[in-house]
Design a protein around this ligand. Structure first.
Ligand code: ATP
Ligand code: MG
Length: 586
Protein backbone atom coordinates (compact mmCIF):
# COMPACT_ATOMS: atom_id res chain seq x y z
CA UNK A 1 0.00 0.00 0.00
CA UNK A 2 1.32 3.45 -0.84
CA UNK A 3 0.70 6.12 1.74
CA UNK A 4 0.66 9.87 1.68
CA UNK A 5 3.14 11.52 4.03
CA UNK A 6 2.17 11.86 7.64
CA UNK A 7 1.95 15.43 8.78
CA UNK A 8 5.20 16.32 10.57
CA UNK A 9 3.44 16.30 13.92
CA UNK A 10 2.71 12.57 13.64
CA UNK A 11 5.67 11.56 15.75
CA UNK A 12 4.42 9.62 18.76
CA UNK A 13 8.00 9.30 20.04
CA UNK A 14 8.11 13.03 20.69
CA UNK A 15 4.98 12.71 22.78
CA UNK A 16 6.46 9.83 24.78
CA UNK A 17 9.64 11.75 25.49
CA UNK A 18 7.75 14.89 26.47
CA UNK A 19 5.66 12.88 28.93
CA UNK A 20 8.69 11.10 30.36
CA UNK A 21 10.46 14.41 30.92
CA UNK A 22 7.37 16.02 32.43
CA UNK A 23 6.94 13.10 34.83
CA UNK A 24 10.62 13.09 35.73
CA UNK A 25 11.02 9.43 34.83
CA UNK A 26 14.75 9.86 34.30
CA UNK A 27 15.38 12.61 36.85
CA UNK A 28 17.42 10.29 39.06
CA UNK A 29 19.70 9.12 36.26
CA UNK A 30 23.45 9.13 36.80
CA UNK A 31 26.26 9.00 34.32
CA UNK A 32 29.85 8.21 35.19
CA UNK A 33 31.16 9.48 31.85
CA UNK A 34 31.38 5.99 30.40
CA UNK A 35 29.18 2.92 30.03
CA UNK A 36 29.08 0.58 32.98
CA UNK A 37 27.04 -1.42 35.50
CA UNK A 38 25.44 -0.07 38.68
CA UNK A 39 28.75 -0.12 40.57
CA UNK A 40 30.17 2.42 38.11
CA UNK A 41 27.07 4.52 37.37
CA UNK A 42 26.35 4.96 41.11
CA UNK A 43 29.58 6.94 41.35
CA UNK A 44 28.60 9.20 38.48
CA UNK A 45 27.00 12.64 38.60
CA UNK A 46 23.44 13.49 37.66
CA UNK A 47 23.30 12.94 33.89
CA UNK A 48 23.32 16.29 32.13
CA UNK A 49 21.86 14.69 29.01
CA UNK A 50 18.08 14.95 29.31
CA UNK A 51 17.66 11.77 27.30
CA UNK A 52 20.00 9.23 25.69
CA UNK A 53 19.23 7.41 22.48
CA UNK A 54 21.45 5.25 20.30
CA UNK A 55 21.86 4.22 16.69
CA UNK A 56 23.05 0.59 16.79
CA UNK A 57 24.06 -0.65 13.32
CA UNK A 58 25.54 -4.05 12.85
CA UNK A 59 28.79 -3.41 10.92
CA UNK A 60 27.97 -5.96 8.24
CA UNK A 61 27.09 -3.72 5.31
CA UNK A 62 26.63 -0.18 4.10
CA UNK A 63 23.87 2.01 5.46
CA UNK A 64 20.81 2.47 3.27
CA UNK A 65 17.89 4.85 3.09
CA UNK A 66 16.02 2.80 5.72
CA UNK A 67 18.80 3.41 8.20
CA UNK A 68 18.51 7.13 7.50
CA UNK A 69 15.09 7.07 9.14
CA UNK A 70 16.54 5.48 12.26
CA UNK A 71 19.50 7.88 12.30
CA UNK A 72 17.22 10.86 11.84
CA UNK A 73 14.97 9.71 14.68
CA UNK A 74 17.64 8.81 17.18
CA UNK A 75 20.01 11.69 16.57
CA UNK A 76 17.21 14.13 15.79
CA UNK A 77 15.25 13.43 18.97
CA UNK A 78 18.37 13.63 21.11
CA UNK A 79 19.22 17.00 19.59
CA UNK A 80 15.69 18.26 19.99
CA UNK A 81 15.50 17.35 23.68
CA UNK A 82 19.01 18.36 24.68
CA UNK A 83 20.18 14.79 24.93
CA UNK A 84 22.93 12.60 23.58
CA UNK A 85 22.79 9.97 20.88
CA UNK A 86 25.40 7.22 20.92
CA UNK A 87 26.78 5.51 17.86
CA UNK A 88 27.05 1.85 18.81
CA UNK A 89 28.47 -0.81 16.57
CA UNK A 90 26.44 -3.87 17.41
CA UNK A 91 29.16 -6.37 16.71
CA UNK A 92 28.18 -9.28 18.92
CA UNK A 93 27.83 -11.70 16.01
CA UNK A 94 31.40 -12.82 15.24
CA UNK A 95 30.95 -14.20 11.76
CA UNK A 96 29.37 -11.40 9.87
CA UNK A 97 31.11 -8.20 10.82
CA UNK A 98 33.86 -6.55 8.86
CA UNK A 99 35.96 -3.64 10.05
CA UNK A 100 35.69 -2.05 6.59
CA UNK A 101 32.05 -1.16 7.29
CA UNK A 102 32.77 0.62 10.55
CA UNK A 103 34.44 3.61 8.87
CA UNK A 104 31.82 3.88 6.19
CA UNK A 105 29.00 3.88 8.76
CA UNK A 106 30.65 6.60 10.86
CA UNK A 107 31.34 8.72 7.76
CA UNK A 108 27.78 8.38 6.59
CA UNK A 109 26.23 9.41 9.91
CA UNK A 110 28.47 12.49 9.92
CA UNK A 111 27.60 13.22 6.29
CA UNK A 112 23.92 13.20 7.22
CA UNK A 113 24.73 16.02 9.63
CA UNK A 114 24.79 14.21 12.96
CA UNK A 115 27.40 13.80 15.64
CA UNK A 116 27.64 11.30 18.49
CA UNK A 117 30.04 13.53 20.45
CA UNK A 118 28.27 15.47 23.15
CA UNK A 119 29.97 18.01 25.37
CA UNK A 120 33.21 16.22 26.29
CA UNK A 121 31.83 12.73 25.60
CA UNK A 122 32.88 10.66 22.61
CA UNK A 123 29.89 8.28 22.69
CA UNK A 124 31.09 5.91 19.98
CA UNK A 125 30.92 2.38 21.37
CA UNK A 126 31.35 -1.24 20.36
CA UNK A 127 29.02 -3.85 21.80
CA UNK A 128 31.94 -6.28 21.90
CA UNK A 129 33.52 -4.05 24.56
CA UNK A 130 30.73 -5.23 26.86
CA UNK A 131 31.52 -8.94 26.59
CA UNK A 132 33.05 -8.98 30.08
CA UNK A 133 30.00 -7.32 31.64
CA UNK A 134 27.65 -9.63 29.80
CA UNK A 135 29.54 -12.61 31.09
CA UNK A 136 29.52 -11.32 34.69
CA UNK A 137 25.79 -10.70 34.45
CA UNK A 138 25.27 -14.19 33.09
CA UNK A 139 26.96 -15.64 36.16
CA UNK A 140 24.75 -13.49 38.38
CA UNK A 141 21.68 -14.81 36.58
CA UNK A 142 22.86 -18.40 37.07
CA UNK A 143 23.65 -17.91 40.75
CA UNK A 144 20.22 -16.43 41.39
CA UNK A 145 18.41 -19.25 39.61
CA UNK A 146 17.46 -17.10 36.61
CA UNK A 147 19.52 -19.01 34.04
CA UNK A 148 20.75 -22.54 33.49
CA UNK A 149 23.00 -24.49 31.18
CA UNK A 150 20.96 -26.69 28.89
CA UNK A 151 22.61 -29.73 27.31
CA UNK A 152 19.84 -30.43 24.85
CA UNK A 153 20.80 -30.24 21.19
CA UNK A 154 19.72 -27.27 19.12
CA UNK A 155 17.05 -29.47 17.49
CA UNK A 156 15.73 -30.64 20.84
CA UNK A 157 15.47 -27.09 22.08
CA UNK A 158 13.62 -26.11 18.97
CA UNK A 159 11.18 -29.02 19.14
CA UNK A 160 10.36 -28.44 22.82
CA UNK A 161 9.78 -24.73 22.39
CA UNK A 162 6.13 -25.21 21.48
CA UNK A 163 4.22 -23.14 18.93
CA UNK A 164 1.96 -20.11 18.91
CA UNK A 165 -0.90 -22.32 20.12
CA UNK A 166 0.97 -24.95 22.16
CA UNK A 167 3.04 -24.41 25.27
CA UNK A 168 6.66 -25.50 25.40
CA UNK A 169 8.02 -28.26 27.60
CA UNK A 170 10.65 -27.87 30.28
CA UNK A 171 14.16 -29.02 29.56
CA UNK A 172 15.40 -31.92 31.72
CA UNK A 173 18.28 -29.59 32.72
CA UNK A 174 16.05 -26.74 33.80
CA UNK A 175 16.18 -27.52 37.52
CA UNK A 176 19.80 -28.56 37.82
CA UNK A 177 21.64 -26.95 40.77
CA UNK A 178 22.97 -23.45 40.17
CA UNK A 179 26.54 -24.54 41.06
CA UNK A 180 26.43 -27.15 38.31
CA UNK A 181 25.26 -24.58 35.73
CA UNK A 182 27.92 -22.16 36.94
CA UNK A 183 30.67 -24.77 36.53
CA UNK A 184 29.46 -25.62 33.02
CA UNK A 185 29.12 -21.95 32.05
CA UNK A 186 32.74 -21.40 33.08
CA UNK A 187 33.79 -24.45 31.09
CA UNK A 188 31.89 -23.06 28.10
CA UNK A 189 33.74 -19.78 28.50
CA UNK A 190 37.05 -21.64 28.78
CA UNK A 191 36.45 -23.34 25.47
CA UNK A 192 36.06 -26.85 26.87
CA UNK A 193 32.89 -27.78 25.00
CA UNK A 194 32.22 -28.04 21.27
CA UNK A 195 29.81 -25.84 19.33
CA UNK A 196 26.18 -26.78 19.91
CA UNK A 197 26.84 -29.15 22.81
CA UNK A 198 25.17 -26.86 25.36
CA UNK A 199 23.83 -23.33 25.78
CA UNK A 200 22.97 -20.93 28.55
CA UNK A 201 19.25 -20.23 28.76
CA UNK A 202 17.21 -17.75 30.77
CA UNK A 203 14.86 -19.47 33.18
CA UNK A 204 11.55 -17.75 32.68
CA UNK A 205 8.44 -19.67 31.63
CA UNK A 206 8.09 -22.45 29.06
CA UNK A 207 4.34 -21.97 29.25
CA UNK A 208 4.35 -18.29 28.36
CA UNK A 209 2.04 -17.28 25.52
CA UNK A 210 4.99 -15.24 24.20
CA UNK A 211 7.49 -17.63 22.60
CA UNK A 212 10.30 -15.18 23.30
CA UNK A 213 9.78 -15.75 27.03
CA UNK A 214 10.16 -19.54 26.82
CA UNK A 215 13.63 -19.76 28.29
CA UNK A 216 15.44 -17.97 25.45
CA UNK A 217 19.09 -18.79 24.79
CA UNK A 218 21.53 -16.21 26.21
CA UNK A 219 24.87 -17.69 25.17
CA UNK A 220 25.78 -20.19 22.51
CA UNK A 221 29.15 -21.78 21.91
CA UNK A 222 30.90 -20.62 18.74
CA UNK A 223 34.56 -21.39 18.33
CA UNK A 224 35.22 -18.54 15.89
CA UNK A 225 37.38 -15.43 15.98
CA UNK A 226 35.83 -11.99 16.35
CA UNK A 227 37.11 -8.94 14.47
CA UNK A 228 37.86 -7.08 17.69
CA UNK A 229 38.19 -9.63 20.50
CA UNK A 230 40.06 -12.24 18.47
CA UNK A 231 39.85 -15.75 19.93
CA UNK A 232 39.27 -14.64 23.53
CA UNK A 233 35.67 -15.83 23.55
CA UNK A 234 34.35 -19.21 22.41
CA UNK A 235 30.86 -18.12 23.52
CA UNK A 236 28.84 -15.27 22.05
CA UNK A 237 25.68 -13.59 23.42
CA UNK A 238 22.42 -13.72 21.50
CA UNK A 239 21.19 -10.38 20.19
CA UNK A 240 18.05 -10.30 22.36
CA UNK A 241 20.17 -10.76 25.48
CA UNK A 242 22.99 -8.42 24.54
CA UNK A 243 20.87 -5.55 23.30
CA UNK A 244 19.02 -4.55 26.51
CA UNK A 245 22.27 -4.89 28.45
CA UNK A 246 24.12 -2.66 25.98
CA UNK A 247 21.38 -0.06 26.30
CA UNK A 248 21.46 -0.17 30.10
CA UNK A 249 25.25 0.01 30.35
CA UNK A 250 25.18 3.15 28.21
CA UNK A 251 22.42 4.79 30.24
CA UNK A 252 20.07 4.85 27.25
CA UNK A 253 16.63 6.20 28.17
CA UNK A 254 14.72 5.63 24.93
CA UNK A 255 15.65 2.56 22.93
CA UNK A 256 13.97 3.04 19.59
CA UNK A 257 13.70 0.04 17.26
CA UNK A 258 11.59 -1.33 14.44
CA UNK A 259 8.27 -3.10 14.93
CA UNK A 260 9.54 -6.66 14.55
CA UNK A 261 11.06 -6.32 18.02
CA UNK A 262 7.72 -5.63 19.68
CA UNK A 263 7.39 -9.28 20.83
CA UNK A 264 10.85 -9.04 22.33
CA UNK A 265 9.91 -6.20 24.64
CA UNK A 266 8.78 -8.41 27.57
CA UNK A 267 12.14 -10.18 27.48
CA UNK A 268 13.95 -6.83 27.18
CA UNK A 269 12.17 -5.68 30.34
CA UNK A 270 12.67 -9.03 32.11
CA UNK A 271 16.44 -8.96 31.58
CA UNK A 272 16.80 -5.38 32.76
CA UNK A 273 14.57 -5.70 35.81
CA UNK A 274 16.14 -8.98 36.86
CA UNK A 275 19.64 -7.54 36.61
CA UNK A 276 18.57 -4.36 38.41
CA UNK A 277 17.01 -6.41 41.22
CA UNK A 278 20.31 -8.28 41.46
CA UNK A 279 22.10 -4.96 41.89
CA UNK A 280 23.95 -5.27 38.56
CA UNK A 281 22.22 -2.42 36.74
CA UNK A 282 21.18 0.96 38.00
CA UNK A 283 17.64 2.25 37.66
CA UNK A 284 16.01 4.09 35.90
CA UNK A 285 16.21 1.51 33.12
CA UNK A 286 15.94 2.03 29.37
CA UNK A 287 12.58 1.48 27.73
CA UNK A 288 12.05 0.10 24.26
CA UNK A 289 9.73 1.84 21.79
CA UNK A 290 8.93 0.42 18.36
CA UNK A 291 8.19 2.28 15.13
CA UNK A 292 7.41 1.20 11.57
CA UNK A 293 10.44 0.63 9.38
CA UNK A 294 10.78 2.50 6.14
CA UNK A 295 9.81 0.54 3.04
CA UNK A 296 10.34 2.42 -0.21
CA UNK A 297 8.78 1.50 -3.51
CA UNK A 298 11.16 0.54 -6.35
CA UNK A 299 13.86 -0.23 -3.81
CA UNK A 300 15.29 -3.28 -2.03
CA UNK A 301 17.06 -2.69 1.28
CA UNK A 302 17.92 -6.19 2.41
CA UNK A 303 21.67 -6.28 2.94
CA UNK A 304 21.85 -9.72 1.36
CA UNK A 305 20.19 -8.47 -1.83
CA UNK A 306 22.25 -5.31 -1.99
CA UNK A 307 25.38 -7.44 -1.64
CA UNK A 308 24.16 -9.65 -4.47
CA UNK A 309 23.68 -6.62 -6.74
CA UNK A 310 27.28 -5.60 -6.05
CA UNK A 311 28.87 -9.08 -6.21
CA UNK A 312 27.09 -10.08 -9.41
CA UNK A 313 27.98 -6.82 -11.13
CA UNK A 314 24.46 -5.50 -11.65
CA UNK A 315 25.80 -2.22 -10.28
CA UNK A 316 29.32 -0.80 -10.18
CA UNK A 317 29.67 -0.95 -6.38
CA UNK A 318 28.10 0.04 -3.07
CA UNK A 319 28.23 3.66 -4.16
CA UNK A 320 26.73 3.13 -7.59
CA UNK A 321 24.40 6.13 -8.01
CA UNK A 322 21.43 3.77 -8.47
CA UNK A 323 21.95 2.04 -5.13
CA UNK A 324 19.66 2.89 -2.18
CA UNK A 325 22.74 2.98 0.04
CA UNK A 326 23.52 6.38 1.50
CA UNK A 327 26.90 6.37 -0.25
CA UNK A 328 25.01 5.67 -3.49
CA UNK A 329 22.46 8.43 -2.91
CA UNK A 330 25.29 10.78 -2.06
CA UNK A 331 27.11 10.02 -5.29
CA UNK A 332 23.84 10.37 -7.16
CA UNK A 333 23.65 13.94 -5.84
CA UNK A 334 21.26 13.72 -2.89
CA UNK A 335 21.99 16.33 -0.25
CA UNK A 336 22.04 15.44 3.46
CA UNK A 337 19.38 18.11 4.01
CA UNK A 338 17.05 16.56 1.40
CA UNK A 339 17.28 13.20 3.16
CA UNK A 340 16.56 14.81 6.51
CA UNK A 341 13.61 16.65 4.96
CA UNK A 342 12.32 13.36 3.56
CA UNK A 343 12.59 11.71 7.00
CA UNK A 344 10.82 14.60 8.70
CA UNK A 345 7.99 14.40 6.17
CA UNK A 346 7.68 10.65 6.74
CA UNK A 347 6.87 11.15 10.39
CA UNK A 348 6.84 8.10 12.62
CA UNK A 349 4.05 5.64 12.88
CA UNK A 350 3.27 2.28 14.42
CA UNK A 351 1.93 0.65 11.27
CA UNK A 352 3.91 -0.59 8.30
CA UNK A 353 3.39 1.05 4.95
CA UNK A 354 5.26 1.49 1.72
CA UNK A 355 6.39 4.99 0.87
CA UNK A 356 6.44 6.07 -2.74
CA UNK A 357 9.91 6.73 -4.14
CA UNK A 358 8.70 10.01 -5.62
CA UNK A 359 8.56 11.48 -2.09
CA UNK A 360 12.30 11.13 -1.81
CA UNK A 361 12.79 12.77 -5.21
CA UNK A 362 10.42 15.58 -4.33
CA UNK A 363 12.35 16.27 -1.12
CA UNK A 364 15.48 16.72 -3.22
CA UNK A 365 13.78 19.11 -5.65
CA UNK A 366 12.32 21.14 -2.78
CA UNK A 367 15.71 21.28 -1.14
CA UNK A 368 17.67 22.30 -4.24
CA UNK A 369 15.22 24.54 -6.09
CA UNK A 370 15.88 27.64 -3.96
CA UNK A 371 19.66 27.23 -3.93
CA UNK A 372 20.89 25.37 -7.00
CA UNK A 373 22.50 27.54 -9.65
CA UNK A 374 21.10 27.23 -13.14
CA UNK A 375 23.15 26.48 -16.21
CA UNK A 376 22.31 25.25 -19.68
CA UNK A 377 23.22 21.94 -21.15
CA UNK A 378 22.36 20.15 -24.38
CA UNK A 379 22.42 16.39 -24.04
CA UNK A 380 21.31 15.27 -27.50
CA UNK A 381 22.63 17.99 -29.76
CA UNK A 382 21.59 19.04 -33.25
CA UNK A 383 23.01 22.16 -34.92
CA UNK A 384 20.92 25.28 -35.38
CA UNK A 385 22.29 27.86 -37.85
CA UNK A 386 21.05 31.47 -37.61
CA UNK A 387 21.21 32.25 -41.31
CA UNK A 388 21.02 36.04 -40.94
CA UNK A 389 23.54 36.28 -38.08
CA UNK A 390 27.09 37.43 -39.00
CA UNK A 391 29.62 34.58 -39.60
CA UNK A 392 32.04 35.76 -36.93
CA UNK A 393 29.51 37.62 -34.80
CA UNK A 394 29.24 37.00 -31.06
CA UNK A 395 27.38 38.75 -28.24
CA UNK A 396 26.79 38.16 -24.54
CA UNK A 397 23.45 36.99 -23.20
CA UNK A 398 22.55 37.33 -19.56
CA UNK A 399 20.68 34.90 -17.34
CA UNK A 400 19.96 34.79 -13.62
CA UNK A 401 21.86 32.19 -11.60
CA UNK A 402 18.60 31.40 -9.86
CA UNK A 403 15.34 32.97 -11.02
CA UNK A 404 13.81 32.56 -7.53
CA UNK A 405 16.64 34.41 -5.85
CA UNK A 406 18.17 37.26 -7.79
CA UNK A 407 20.70 37.90 -5.02
CA UNK A 408 22.52 34.87 -6.39
CA UNK A 409 23.58 37.10 -9.28
CA UNK A 410 23.67 36.47 -12.99
CA UNK A 411 25.79 34.70 -15.53
CA UNK A 412 26.70 35.46 -19.13
CA UNK A 413 27.29 33.26 -22.12
CA UNK A 414 27.88 33.95 -25.80
CA UNK A 415 25.44 33.75 -28.68
CA UNK A 416 26.96 32.97 -32.11
CA UNK A 417 25.74 32.05 -35.57
CA UNK A 418 25.88 28.31 -34.91
CA UNK A 419 24.27 26.82 -31.82
CA UNK A 420 23.59 23.43 -30.28
CA UNK A 421 19.97 22.75 -29.42
CA UNK A 422 18.24 19.56 -28.21
CA UNK A 423 17.26 17.26 -31.07
CA UNK A 424 13.85 16.95 -29.46
CA UNK A 425 13.30 20.72 -29.74
CA UNK A 426 12.93 20.41 -33.51
CA UNK A 427 10.37 18.43 -35.55
CA UNK A 428 10.09 18.30 -39.31
CA UNK A 429 6.37 17.65 -38.87
CA UNK A 430 5.10 18.76 -35.47
CA UNK A 431 2.62 16.71 -33.46
CA UNK A 432 -0.37 18.51 -31.96
CA UNK A 433 0.42 21.08 -29.27
CA UNK A 434 4.09 21.15 -30.20
CA UNK A 435 5.28 24.72 -29.63
CA UNK A 436 8.96 24.41 -30.32
CA UNK A 437 10.87 24.56 -33.63
CA UNK A 438 9.38 23.32 -36.91
CA UNK A 439 9.49 24.87 -40.36
CA UNK A 440 7.74 28.24 -40.27
CA UNK A 441 7.33 28.37 -36.46
CA UNK A 442 8.90 30.89 -34.09
CA UNK A 443 10.33 30.21 -30.64
CA UNK A 444 12.42 32.13 -28.20
CA UNK A 445 16.02 31.15 -27.66
CA UNK A 446 15.96 31.44 -23.89
CA UNK A 447 17.91 34.59 -22.80
CA UNK A 448 18.46 35.40 -26.52
CA UNK A 449 16.35 36.22 -29.58
CA UNK A 450 13.15 35.02 -31.12
CA UNK A 451 13.96 32.87 -34.16
CA UNK A 452 11.85 31.59 -37.04
CA UNK A 453 12.65 28.18 -38.52
CA UNK A 454 13.41 28.41 -42.23
CA UNK A 455 14.33 24.81 -43.06
CA UNK A 456 16.54 21.83 -42.30
CA UNK A 457 18.91 19.28 -43.84
CA UNK A 458 18.25 15.59 -43.56
CA UNK A 459 20.18 12.37 -44.03
CA UNK A 460 19.27 9.40 -46.24
CA UNK A 461 16.83 8.16 -43.60
CA UNK A 462 15.04 11.48 -43.39
CA UNK A 463 16.48 12.35 -39.97
CA UNK A 464 17.25 16.05 -39.52
CA UNK A 465 20.97 16.85 -39.41
CA UNK A 466 21.00 20.68 -39.33
CA UNK A 467 18.23 23.18 -38.63
CA UNK A 468 18.12 26.69 -40.13
CA UNK A 469 16.43 29.76 -38.70
CA UNK A 470 16.50 33.53 -38.96
CA UNK A 471 16.65 35.63 -35.85
CA UNK A 472 14.49 38.73 -35.27
CA UNK A 473 17.06 41.39 -34.33
CA UNK A 474 14.88 43.56 -32.06
CA UNK A 475 13.67 40.79 -29.78
CA UNK A 476 16.59 40.09 -27.46
CA UNK A 477 15.65 39.12 -23.90
CA UNK A 478 16.14 41.93 -21.44
CA UNK A 479 15.65 44.65 -24.10
CA UNK A 480 12.51 46.67 -24.80
CA UNK A 481 11.92 44.80 -28.03
CA UNK A 482 11.62 41.56 -26.12
CA UNK A 483 8.31 42.66 -24.63
CA UNK A 484 7.06 44.39 -27.76
CA UNK A 485 8.00 41.45 -29.99
CA UNK A 486 6.17 41.52 -33.32
CA UNK A 487 5.29 37.84 -33.07
CA UNK A 488 3.81 35.82 -30.29
CA UNK A 489 5.88 32.76 -29.31
CA UNK A 490 4.62 29.88 -27.24
CA UNK A 491 7.86 28.01 -26.67
CA UNK A 492 11.34 28.75 -25.36
CA UNK A 493 14.30 26.47 -25.97
CA UNK A 494 17.77 26.25 -24.50
CA UNK A 495 20.91 26.44 -26.61
CA UNK A 496 24.69 26.71 -26.43
CA UNK A 497 27.16 28.28 -28.87
CA UNK A 498 28.91 25.52 -30.82
CA UNK A 499 32.19 27.37 -30.76
CA UNK A 500 32.19 28.03 -27.03
CA UNK A 501 30.43 25.06 -25.46
CA UNK A 502 32.22 22.80 -23.00
CA UNK A 503 32.07 19.08 -23.73
CA UNK A 504 30.87 16.88 -20.90
CA UNK A 505 30.02 13.31 -20.12
CA UNK A 506 26.53 13.06 -18.70
CA UNK A 507 25.37 9.97 -16.84
CA UNK A 508 21.64 9.50 -16.93
CA UNK A 509 20.37 7.38 -14.08
CA UNK A 510 16.92 6.03 -13.54
CA UNK A 511 15.30 3.66 -11.08
CA UNK A 512 17.09 0.37 -10.68
CA UNK A 513 13.84 -1.61 -10.69
CA UNK A 514 10.75 -1.30 -12.86
CA UNK A 515 8.51 -3.02 -10.30
CA UNK A 516 7.36 -0.93 -7.31
CA UNK A 517 7.65 -4.04 -5.12
CA UNK A 518 10.68 -5.83 -6.58
CA UNK A 519 11.03 -8.36 -3.78
CA UNK A 520 7.51 -8.89 -2.54
CA UNK A 521 5.92 -12.33 -2.41
CA UNK A 522 7.79 -15.00 -4.32
CA UNK A 523 9.32 -12.63 -6.85
CA UNK A 524 12.96 -12.78 -7.81
CA UNK A 525 14.03 -9.16 -7.48
CA UNK A 526 16.59 -9.57 -10.27
CA UNK A 527 13.74 -10.10 -12.75
CA UNK A 528 12.62 -6.54 -12.09
CA UNK A 529 15.97 -4.89 -12.91
CA UNK A 530 15.40 -1.88 -15.16
CA UNK A 531 17.49 -2.41 -18.33
CA UNK A 532 17.48 1.35 -18.95
CA UNK A 533 18.58 2.46 -15.51
CA UNK A 534 21.90 3.80 -16.77
CA UNK A 535 22.92 5.55 -19.95
CA UNK A 536 25.92 7.70 -20.74
CA UNK A 537 25.80 10.54 -23.27
CA UNK A 538 28.28 13.11 -24.57
CA UNK A 539 26.72 16.51 -24.37
CA UNK A 540 27.56 20.20 -24.19
CA UNK A 541 27.37 22.38 -21.13
CA UNK A 542 27.43 26.13 -20.66
CA UNK A 543 30.98 27.48 -20.72
CA UNK A 544 32.18 28.24 -17.21
CA UNK A 545 30.05 25.59 -15.50
CA UNK A 546 31.82 24.52 -12.31
CA UNK A 547 32.61 20.83 -12.74
CA UNK A 548 34.66 20.27 -9.62
CA UNK A 549 33.66 17.02 -7.92
CA UNK A 550 30.52 17.34 -5.80
CA UNK A 551 29.22 20.57 -7.41
CA UNK A 552 25.45 20.58 -7.84
CA UNK A 553 23.65 22.41 -10.61
CA UNK A 554 20.27 22.57 -12.25
CA UNK A 555 20.60 22.20 -16.00
CA UNK A 556 17.59 24.17 -17.15
CA UNK A 557 14.64 22.07 -18.30
CA UNK A 558 16.63 18.87 -17.68
CA UNK A 559 16.96 18.34 -13.95
CA UNK A 560 19.39 18.47 -11.06
CA UNK A 561 22.89 17.15 -11.62
CA UNK A 562 26.07 16.69 -9.64
CA UNK A 563 29.66 16.66 -10.87
CA UNK A 564 30.70 13.09 -10.11
CA UNK A 565 32.76 12.83 -6.93
CA UNK A 566 35.13 10.27 -8.34
CA UNK A 567 35.37 11.01 -12.05
CA UNK A 568 34.67 14.69 -12.74
CA UNK A 569 37.32 17.37 -13.22
CA UNK A 570 37.37 20.85 -14.67
CA UNK A 571 39.20 19.54 -17.76
CA UNK A 572 36.87 16.58 -18.22
CA UNK A 573 33.46 17.28 -16.63
CA UNK A 574 31.29 14.30 -15.71
CA UNK A 575 27.79 14.97 -14.41
CA UNK A 576 25.33 12.55 -12.85
CA UNK A 577 21.65 13.27 -13.26
CA UNK A 578 20.23 13.20 -9.74
CA UNK A 579 16.59 13.72 -10.65
CA UNK A 580 14.53 15.22 -13.45
CA UNK A 581 12.58 18.41 -12.80
CA UNK A 582 9.26 16.61 -12.84
CA UNK A 583 8.18 13.14 -11.86
CA UNK A 584 8.15 11.18 -15.11
CA UNK A 585 6.95 7.91 -13.55
CA UNK A 586 3.30 8.67 -13.03
P1 ATP B 1 20.13 -6.85 8.80
O1 ATP B 1 19.01 -7.50 9.54
O2 ATP B 1 20.22 -7.19 7.34
O3 ATP B 1 21.43 -6.91 9.54
P2 ATP B 1 19.19 -4.36 9.81
O4 ATP B 1 18.20 -3.63 9.02
O5 ATP B 1 18.79 -5.01 11.07
O6 ATP B 1 19.78 -5.34 8.75
P3 ATP B 1 21.15 -2.95 11.37
O7 ATP B 1 22.51 -2.54 10.97
O8 ATP B 1 21.04 -3.94 12.46
O9 ATP B 1 20.46 -3.48 10.06
O10 ATP B 1 20.25 -1.70 11.66
C1 ATP B 1 20.65 -0.63 12.47
C2 ATP B 1 19.45 0.15 12.92
O11 ATP B 1 18.76 0.67 11.79
C3 ATP B 1 18.49 -0.74 13.67
O12 ATP B 1 18.08 -0.05 14.84
C4 ATP B 1 17.34 -0.91 12.72
O13 ATP B 1 16.12 -1.01 13.40
C5 ATP B 1 17.40 0.34 11.87
N1 ATP B 1 16.85 0.09 10.54
C6 ATP B 1 17.29 -0.80 9.63
N2 ATP B 1 16.52 -0.80 8.52
C7 ATP B 1 15.56 0.13 8.72
C8 ATP B 1 14.44 0.62 7.95
N3 ATP B 1 14.15 0.14 6.74
N4 ATP B 1 13.68 1.60 8.48
C9 ATP B 1 13.96 2.10 9.70
N5 ATP B 1 14.97 1.69 10.47
C10 ATP B 1 15.77 0.72 10.01
MG1 MG C 1 20.06 -6.12 12.51
Amino acid sequence: MTHAVNPPAANFLRTIIENDLREGRYADKRWAGKPGPAAIQNQGHADSAAIRTRFPPEPNGYLHIGHAKSIYLNFGLAREFNGACHLRFDDTNPEREEAEYVDSIADTVRWLGFDWRWNDETNCYFASDYFDYLYEFAEALVRSGNAYVDEQSVEQMRSTRGTLTEKGTDSPWRDRPAEESLRLLREMRDGRHPDGSMALRARIDMGSPNINMRDPVLYRIRHVAHHRTGTKWPIYPMYAWAHPVEDALEGITHSVCTLEFEDQRPFYDWILNTLADLGQLRRPLPRQHEFARLNLSYVVTSKRKLLQLVRDGHVSGWDDPRMPTLVGLRRRGYTPSSIRLFCERLGVSKSDSRIDYSLLEQALRDDLDPVAERRVAVLDPIKLVLVNYPESGSERCQAPCNPHDLTQGSREFPLTRELWIERDDFRATPPKKYFRLYPGNTVRLKYGYIVRCTGFDQDANGAATTVYAEYLPDTKSGTQGANAAPVKVRGAITWISTTQATAAEIRLYDRLFTDPHPDSGRKNFLDALNPDSFKTVRGWIEPGTDARPGTRVQFERLGYFIADEADSSEQAPVFNRTVTLRDSWN
